[in-house]
Design a protein. Sequence first.
Length: 305
Amino acid sequence: MTTTLTSLPDSLLALAGDTERRYQVYPLVNGSKRRWIEAPDRELKAAQRWLLDHWLYQLAPTDAAHGFVRGRSIVSNAGHHVGRDWVVTADLSNFFPSIGADRVSQVIAGLDLNANASDAVVRLVTRRRRLPQGAPTSPHLANLVARRLDLRLIGWARRGGWNYTRYADDLTFSGEGNPRTLLLTVERIVQDEGFTLAPGKTHVMPRHQRQLVTGMVVNERVTLPKPRRRLLRAMLHRLQTTGADAVDPGQLQIAQGHLALAHFVDPERFQAECRALADLLRGEASPQADTPNPTVCTPIDKKVD
């Protein structure tokens, strides 16, 4: 069967009538916070990925969106806010669950689907008539639904001398204007676009304080916060002194994640700290060795079961 932009494969049409029971729902606990994950089964997940690859990725989010967008990241998001007098961050409350099937239907109208295909797509990517947290389609669809929010905030921010980016539900502004005036306008636009700011999650950070954007410090350049860098050095020290084989596999996996993030955020600084640590452990006087210790600075190949 030849698939066009106005039709859906018969297998997906049939699946669309039987999606509600195909989710496993479970809590994800992070400290005192809990959110519910709605994970589709293998067949529905494959169908959602097919929709992403064949149709939904034809619709692009705005330039302000950095979460779940190819070629963008927490680092590219933070990079727009370096060296500004003020950094202001706010969160959208219940980002995915607040997006209903009607709004999904509106954004996929750009695909020029026939009525049956459009209805089937909406049923394939929603659960209980809203975006489920756990479906591979939800992040991209949320970005598409937030397009008008982004465009309005971009326009207003530029007129006021502010930069604006969004990483999923995290809104960030930076500039030299009045933060109070900014927040009053942002709250009005957010509510007008059908979203809500999460209470207690708005932060106003002047230049003389540590300015954090999606976990990165941006006062002078994008870098990891000092506590995370200290933790990374402690991990590197342990790996160097005991060897990877002596480290618990779970802890080793955590270390690998920290190493990958540090290298991704600031490769030059990461390599410099690796060299300094390696030289310290070898008892050398100079921290300017030409070649970093490979045990410390190269990825760890040990497999974690």
